[in-house]
Structure formats: C-alpha cells, structure tokens
Ligand binder design. Structure first.
Ligand SMILES: C[S@@+](CC[C@H](N)C(=O)[O-])C[C@H]1O[C@@H](n2cnc3c(N)ncnc32)[C@H](O)[C@@H]1O
Ligand SMILES: C[S@@+](CC[C@H](N)C(=O)[O-])C[C@H]1O[C@@H](n2cnc3c(N)ncnc32)[C@H](O)[C@@H]1O
Ligand code: SF4
Length: 388
C-alpha cells in the first residue's frame, strides 16, 4: 500500500533535485561533523563559485525538470535574502524548473528574527527546516547550539504566522535529558502545529568535540537503551498526533512529506552544489571537495572539484535495500526482480529469513519492511542483506 496519498506530491517527486550547500556556521555544535567554517571571510567568493558551478553543470539536467531546490548546510539562514535570490536566479537561468517547486531553506532559530522571516516569506522559499534540537537550556548548552530555549520557541511562534510548510529538527538521546523532557520537546512542537518533524539520535562522531568531552569524562556518554526508548516515544506520540512515519528519521502530516528527501529515497537524480555536496546521477555518485578555498579555486578555473564513483550492480542493490528499509515504501521484491534479477530476490529472502522469524522484518504486498520493533535496528539489518 502506498501511504503517500498526496497526488500533487507524487507528481512533483518525479522531477529531479538540486541541493546547495552553504558551508558557514556561527559556532560549531559539539556533535557535528558536517562541513562548515565559522569564518565568513570567503562568503562572497563562495557564493560566486556556487553560481559558476550551477552554470558548469547545467548539461547534467538537460533533459530533466527540477522539482525541489534545497539550501542545506552549514547554516543557510546566515545568508541575506539578496544572496539567496542571486543563487536562485542562477538555478532558474540554467535549469528547467517546474512551476511550483519545493524550495527549502535550513534555518537556525537565532537567525530567524521577525524581519528575516517576513523577508523570507516574500521570497520564493516555501519551506523552512528549522534546527531547534531541544527546548531545554541544558541540552542546548551541552550541544553548544548558538540559540537558547526562548529563541527556539519565539522563532516557531513567528515562523508559523508566515509559513505553512515547516519542518523542525529535534535530537533525542541527549545525555542527562529525561524521558519527560523529551516528551515535552515533542509536545511543544505539536503545540505549534508544525506539520513535519525530522528527528535524529545524538550520534558521537569521531574527532568531534563531543567525542573528546565524553572521553575526558566531562560529558556523560550517550546511552543506546535510553535513546531507543526515546525513539519509540517519538513514534507513539507522533502517531497519536496524526503523523505518518514515512522514513526512519522523518514524520509528516499527510501532504507534507519532504519532496527533497523523498526524491533521495526513491533514487531520483540530484546534483549537489558547493563544497562537500554529493550528487547522484542514477549510475554514479560524486562528491565535491570539502575545503572551501580549494573548492573556490577549482571552480574559478572552471573545473569540478569532485570525485566520482561508478556504482556496480551490487552497490545499487545495497543502496536500494538500505534506503528502502528506512522508508514506509519498503523494499519492493517486484523491483528487485525487475531491476536486479530473480537471483537477487532469492538472495534477499534467504538473508531476511532470520529477521522475518524474529519479527524485525515483515512482508506486505510483496514489499519487505521493518516492523516497529526492528526500526531502531534498520541500518544494521539492511547491512546483513547486502551483497558484497
Ligand atoms: C547538519 S545540520 C544543518 C542544518 C542547521 N545548521 C542545523 O543545525 O539544524 C542538519 C541536521 O543534522 C543534525 N546533526 C548533525 N550532526 C548530528 C549528530 N552527530 N547527531 C545527531 N544529529 C546531528 C543537526 O542537528 C541538524 O538537525
Ligand atoms: C537531509 S537534511 C535534513 C532534512 C531536513 N530536516 C528536512 O526534512 O528538511 C540533513 C543534512 O544533510 C546534508 N545534506 C543533504 N543533502 C546533501 C547533499 N546532496 N550533499 C551534501 N550534504 C547533504 C546537509 O548538511 C543537511 O543539512
Ligand atoms: S548542527 Fe548545524 S549549526 Fe551546528 S555546526 Fe552543524 S551545521 Fe552548523
């Protein structure tokens, strides 16, 4: 059964996507290993380079129509409206874009003043993805977020007056945060009538400040059992509130599925513009260099600073299994046969047998899916179904 009942959404997800990486942040969150610089010195040069990269790569989408444009980061809300519009103009000048594309801006609460929200509301941006993470001061301090709890609430109060399509990011499994506080965080987002939530378990990435602070005993280690319990609270609380759990970390009211993310998960093509951005052509994946200066230098010479990996049949199968198991659409056994052949179906069913017996996986309408019990383990289960 396809739970994605919004026909407009289905139609629009048929287009391709453009992701634009804005590699600047005010300060470094202790847990984050995404690519960003806290110095804005190269901002103007970088914006010029993004525009040149958009021009250089237009032939990749010669026969495609863009349905979603996503400003991610880093912190795209650090840009002025003028800067955002200059980049958007380069998209429109070089690509064919559907009439009403989804245009998302990732925004941090401390950037969302009323003036800024008003400006954004008048622009072509029609979706805000706001990185709240928590409404508790202790959590925000522990993670070194740039905003405080008052700002987190105030920005939602303002944003909901001018935007309908809003997503809020929340982090669970934060050391010291109780289950009651976590439930209060979810409830606060619900009270603002937000239609989309992305929620991630706090992950200790190697070489981050969080990893060092935990090693030194300054911050308590994350507790997997605690995090898993909070993940299930999230699932239950949002289900009760009428949300669809459409991907492992994403929950949406009907009609508000992220077109950008759904396109990724459905294996649509996308190009990633900017340092560290990755792209998917259907046959290959590529990654731009992360270093801002090296990225700018290469683009100024009209070369693409990227590495490319051609995907083998097994790579494509593995990716399909990994992303499929994360979504409500599951892994279609029909698609497995049609795209990879019946040997792959025999293989996946043999590998899945153990998990089917343990009720971590189930089959519905010829689609292999994870049960609620299996959800927290989804990526681990997927890796056991891989072909190496
Ligand atoms: C890379 S940020 C970019 C958007 C924006 N700067 C923000 O902080 O929301 C996108 C999301 O990834 C989450 N994230 C990054 N590293 C993480 C980690 N180690 N554990 C959990 N969530 C993480 C962030 O908290 C945020 O919600
Ligand atoms: C998937 S997005 C979060 C989704 C978001 N909360 C929403 O639903 O709108 C999380 C982060 O992934 C990274 N990201 C997404 N697409 C990317 C791409 N093509 N290249 C590089 N980074 C990407 C960005 O750092 C972005 O902040
Ligand atoms: S979580 Fe967001 S604001 Fe924090 S450092 Fe990472 S990209 Fe920047």
């Amino acid at each position: 059964m396809n739970l994605n009942t919004d026909s407009n959404h289905k139609e629009r997800v048929d287009g391709v996507g453009i992701y634009i990486h804005i590699p600047f942040c005010k300060q470094a969150c202790f847990y984050c290993d995404f690519h960003f610089s806290t110095s804005l010195k190269k901002k103007d040069e970088l914006i010029d380079a993004l525009i040149v990269e958009l021009e250089l790569r237009k032939s990749e989408f010669e026969n495609d129509t863009v349905a979603t444009i996503y400003f991610g980061g880093g912190t795209p809300s650090l840009l002025s409206l003028e800067e955002i519009e200059t980049i958007l103009k380069a998209v429109y000048d070089n690509y064919s874009v559907i009439e009403n594309p989804e245009i998302t801006l990732e925004a941090n609460p401390d950037d969302l003043s009323e003036t800024k929200i008003l400006e954004l509301a008048k622009s072509n941006i029609n979706r805000l993805s706001i990185g709240v993470q928590s409404f508790f001061e202790a959590d925000l301090k522990l993670m070194n977020r740039a905003h405080n709890a008052t700002e987190a609430k105030h920005c939602l109060e303002l944003a909901t007056q001018y935007f309908d399509n809003i997503s809020v990011d929340l982090i669970y499994g934060i050391p010291g945060a109780t289950h009651e506080q976590w439930q209060e965080n979810i409830q606060t987002v619900l009270d603002f009538n937000i239609p989309h939530i992305s929620s991630y378990a706090l992950t200790v990435e190697p070489k981050t400040a969080l990893a060092t602070l935990i090693k030194k005993g300054k911050i308590e280690d994350v507790d997997e059992v605690h995090a898993e319990a909070q993940f299930h609270m999230l699932i239950n609380q949002l289900k009760e509130a009428g949300f669809i759990h459409y991907e492992l970390s994403n929950f949406s009211k009907p009609g508000y599925f992220s077109i950008n993310n759904s396109a990724y998960w459905k294996g649509k093509k996308y190009i990633g513009i900017g340092p560290s951005a990755h792209s998917f052509s259907g046959e290959s994946r590529s990654w731009n260099i992360s270093n801002n200066s090296k990225y700018i230098q290469a683009i100024q010479l009209k070369t693409l600073p990227s590495e490319i990996e051609i995907l083998s049949v097994n790579d494509k199968y593995n990716e399909y299994v990994m992303t499929g198991l994360r979504t409500i659409w599951g892994v279609s056994l029909e698609t497995i046969v049609a795209v990879f052949g019946s040997d792959f179906k025999t293989y996946i069913l043999a590998q899945a047998d153990k998990y089917l017996n343990e009720e971590l996986l189930y089959i519905e309408d010829n689609n292999l899916k994870v049960t609620t019990k299996g959800k927290f383990l989804s990526d681990g289960i997927a890796s056991q179904l891989f072909k190496i």
